[in-house]
Design a protein around this ligand. Structure first.
Ligand SMILES: Cc1cc2nc3c(=O)[nH]c(=O)nc-3n(C[C@H](O)[C@H](O)[C@H](O)COP(=O)(O)O)c2cc1C
Ligand code: SF4
Length: 497
């Protein structure tokens, strides 16, 4: 896709028409979906992964995690995907982890809770993620005083930029102090593009940083890490796993056209898809043919020089042929075009154009945010079908009404329709629609208050319900800031007349 600045307009939420109970009973969206050879989701309603920032600092399941998914389960979606969960046993802040057996008991409790609270109606998958290092943006003092590696190159470039040969040999502390005091144009002459990026945005690894041994070794270690994580997910009782090959993270970067690795795992499409296929094959060998293994990946990176829909169509067919049990198509969400963070904060991959495409808001171009990313899924699905595969394709992005979901399915553009933010706005919306009570749905406004919380790693809530707190009500659990309720108010269907 062309990455160009587009005129932004504010869109209104279109009025929604809701079906009667009988119409909903016949709807495609509420019809069963086979996923892999053995599993059938009761409906084609789908909640894609959303990180709510509720795990412990060690990545363990908390009561808050349990409450969060229990509340989603009460809405009885066909499929609920648990947030991106780290496959390594390394500290990653309050992000769920599955990189060791000690994480299994908490995850098992999560599975059992979802099963019970959805009355067995919801199939539960877990998204498995790997990511490489991203550091917070340093202050210039810290960058020049500590982080910048002062090597012969930096010395030589400083000597050239300042016209003073003595910097080749000067004491390191003196050189650091001089750089700290230098003007921006001088700094720009001295630092490499990557060093400048580390100063302005924070240090960020690339999967093609082949001078770093742990990056060079990724193809050797990742199949094993994903495999063990998937096996733990199965032990914990999840109905399947979703390999996170989307957005800003390791596997999406392997698929990216920006991936210039020269070790057979980059460059051509064949090279770029090699590790993602090796991971899929290794996971499959470990969990067996009957256990659902899906892939979430990008229909378009929406960055300059990145992969586009042609690549995604080609990858989709390869994944389907290699036995992926579903393809969940997302878009954008890359670091490359992210906005500069404040000092002390980390770059967030949903702040640029590609982020806007990933979680589109009502401030959009003339096409607007509603169902904006469906053509990507549709093209991938067409190619997968043309290759003779029935692999289900899941679409998401700005979907918040029954009619839109139903039209997507009727046109054969996807096999399941996912809604992240709309389901956050109203966890019960699938159930309300199914019961002919669509007029009760709390409709997402697509203005991304929730995404702003995610960006600051604050417990994610929705502005439509998080202030509904009666002062002093001890039954309502509050966020760390003491102002927001952590979970949506309860809802029960009215008794039959
Ligand atoms: C708070 C928040 C957290 C998210 N976390 C994840 C994640 O862990 N993994 C993922 O693949 N997508 C994640 N997403 C993206 C959503 O799954 C979805 O693709 C995106 O929000 C667009 O769908 P929507 O318009 O229905 O919200 C997140 C979105 C939000 C709003
Ligand atoms: S906070 Fe806003 S964008 Fe997020 S779910 Fe609620 S209404 Fe939708």
């Amino acid at each position: 896709m062309a990455v160009t600045a587009r005129r932004r307009v504010r869109h209104r939420l279109p009025p929604a028409r809701w079906p009667t109970r009988d119409e909903a009973a016949r709807a495609r969206w509420f019809s069963p979906l086979p996923i892999g050879p053995r599993l059938v989701a009761e409906q084609r309603t789908w909640v894609p992964a959303m990180v709510p920032w509720r795990a412990t600092g060690d990545g363990l399941v908390t009561e808050q995690v349990i409450d969060w998914y229990a509340r989603f389960a009460e809405g009885r979606p066909g499929v609920l995907v648990v947030e991106a969960t780290g496959i390594r046993d390394v500290p990653s802040g309050p992000l769920l982890r599955i990189g060791d057996d000690r994480f299994v008991p908490g995850l098992r409790r999560l599975v059992e809770t979802v099963r019970e609270r959805s009355a067995g109606h919801t199939r539960l998958f877990i998204q498995l993620i790997d990511f490489v290092a991203v550091r917070r943006r340093p202050t210039p003092d810290r960058f020049f005083g500590r982080f910048l590696a002062v090597d012969a190159d930096v010395r030589r470039r400083t000597a050239v930029a300042l016209g003073e040969a003595r910097w080749i040999e000067a004491p390191e502390a003196e050189l650091r102090a001089r750089l700290q005091a230098a003007d921006r144009p001088v700094i720009e002459r001295i630092l490499t593009a990557r060093e400048l990026e580390a100063l302005d945005f924070g240090y960020r690894e690339r999967i093609w940083d082949m001078h770093l041994p742990h990056i060079r070794d990724l193809p050797g270690v990742l199949p094993g890490l994903f495999t063990e994580a998937a096996a733990r997910a199965r032990t914990a009782g999840f109905d399947g796993v979703e390999l996170h090959y989307a957005h800003a993270y390791t596997m999406a970067s392997f698929l990216s056209r920006l991936n210039v690795r020269a070790d057979g795992y980059g460059g051509s499409r064949q090279g770029r898809v090699r590790l993602p296929l090796e991971v899929l094959a290794a996971v499959r060998r470990r969990v067996g043919d009957g256990y659902p293994v899906g892939i979430r990946y990008l229909g378009d990176e929406v960055i300059v020089g990145g992969s586009d829909l042609d690549d995604a169509v080609w990858f989709g067919v390869r994944f389907a042929e290699a036995g992926a049990d579903y393809l969940s198509v997302s878009k954008g969400g890359r670091f490359e075009d992210a906005k500069q963070p404040k000092p002390g904060e980390a770059v967030y991959p949903y702040t640029g154009e590609s982020g806007q495409e990933c979680m589109p808001t009502v401030i959009s171009d003339e096409r607007g945010p509603f169902g904006r990313n469906v053509p990507l899924a549709a093209a991938i699905r067409r190619a997968v079908r043309a290759a003779g595969r029935q692999t289900p394709v899941v679409t998401s992005g700005g979907i918040g009404s029954f009619d839109l979901a139903e039209e997507i399915l009727a046109r054969g553009e996807a096999d399941a329709v996912a809604a992240a933010r709309q389901t956050l706005a109203d966890h019960d919306w699938f159930r309300k629609i199914r019961l002919g009570l669509g007029h009760l749905v709390r409709r997402c406004e697509f203005t991304n208050y929730c995404e702003g919380l995610d960006q600051r790693h604050k417990q994610v809530t929705c502005k439509l319900w998080d202030r509904a707190v009666e002062p002093g009500d001890p039954s309502v659990r509050l966020a760390e800031d003491g102002k927001r309720r952590l979970n949506a108010p309860e809802w029960s269907p009215p008794p039959p007349e």
